[in-house]
Ligand binder design. Sequence first.
Ligand SMILES: Cc1cc2nc3c(=O)[nH]c(=O)nc-3n(C[C@H](O)[C@H](O)[C@H](O)COP(=O)(O)OP(=O)(O)OC[C@H]3O[C@@H](n4cnc5c(N)ncnc54)[C@H](O)[C@@H]3O)c2cc1C
Length: 420
Amino acid sequence: MPEQGQKIKVAVVEGGMGGLCVAIGLLKHAHLEVQVYEAAHKFSEIGAGVAFGPSAQRALRLLGKETEEAYLRQVTHNQWHEERNVWFEYVYGMGEREGELIATPKNETGQSTVHRAKFLDEFMRLVPKEIAHFGKRLERVEDEPGFPLKLHFKDSTTAEADCVVGADGIHSVIRRHLLGDDHPALDAVFTGSLIPMKDAEAALGERFAKNSTILVGDGACIMTYPIDFGATMNVVAINSSYKNWEGPTVQKAEYRKIAKEFSACGSQAQKLLKLLDNPDTAAWSMWDHPRAPTYCRGRVAMLGDAAHASTPFQGQGAGQAIEDAYVLSSLFGVVDTLEKVTLAFQAYDKIRRPRSQRVCETSREAGVLCALRLKGVNDDPKMFEQNITWRMDWMWHRDIAGERAEALGVFTALLEDGRV
Ligand SMILES: Cc1cc2nc3c(=O)[nH]c(=O)nc-3n(C[C@H](O)[C@H](O)[C@H](O)COP(=O)(O)OP(=O)(O)OC[C@H]3O[C@@H](n4cnc5c(N)ncnc54)[C@H](O)[C@@H]3O)c2cc1C
């Protein structure tokens, strides 16, 4: 246990978006000693795009000038000026109404995407090399009262820490440690690829290729948006009819299979899908978590996908990890004893759990909406527009600085309760 005046040792398990963001936030507090343990042998990310809504962008700004600047160096918007505030255009992608515009949700930043790998590269530079440990796949955490936590890694090494923040993704060891089980919910197949913009423009026309669109249809939807400052089009084609998935979570996608699964889609979708006939196209199984009863226990907490992995229908998974990281790392500004760590984790759990779990649920519903199967909406364009608008507005307009203030209020109340 740390003696009076000693630094509190925080172990961040992993170096994905959530882990890097929380590490960057924690590093601002001189009374903490932060170490990051990542399973991979170097920080790496799949080469796909990731979209950030306004609340995630606010969290990046609140996390610090350097994170906001890193984001701004990488962000790509819709390429046409008149589309700048558009999140996605939702368009019928099959059937009699093919090509008809259904809804155009807008916000102050419009579609804002980054190339994952390049974005993470920026964030890695904000974490000192000497605190980032690679090839450290966590296997379990030994938690004996009165002793430091002991992290056991697959390479048979161990590390000690006063507390652990687990951001180790959807198949999280920390989640299993906290809950005893990790309740995955398997739902659909997801196929994605990056297409050079010139090929996308040639096949689909400039307007479609350079701005973000979701083609919706019975049981399937296809999202496209520009990344790499407009040099590349990101394609995400989702088939919602899967009930089972065999083999690795991410696999090479066979075009033959894609063509068959999306054969009901209309002509624009078919042109688009043809672009996926390349060796780099990957197929992901999509998972989301049922509600965890807590995000923490004692000196261990989880955030990001480890806590609340979500489907990609609202482009919010990474955003939620960043919001978590901001609130949790801010709370550590007032944590100067180990006893307060536990209270900070509880305050984080109280404020972040309801929001992030609700986001998972609305994302799941948005998937059903985009497959034109949401009860009470189905393929009614007016109902669709109303539904997608309130759904996105609720998510985007969250006051993240207010969440931090609320979490600090909960922390203070717990402290005053005399539990420490
Ligand atoms: C195809 C796809 C598209 C998406 N699009 C969007 C989008 O547009 N917008 C958005 O906001 N979100 C999107 N998401 C969701 C988003 O990618 C995730 O929510 C986000 O990456 C979660 O970050 P994380 O740091 O919590 O977990 P991850 O990014 O999964 O990182 C986990 C890290 O932990 C490491 N790790 C795992 N196990 C261990 C272990 N035992 N020990 C040590 N390290 C370990 C891994 O190597 C990895 O580096 C998408 C997801 C997918 C799959």
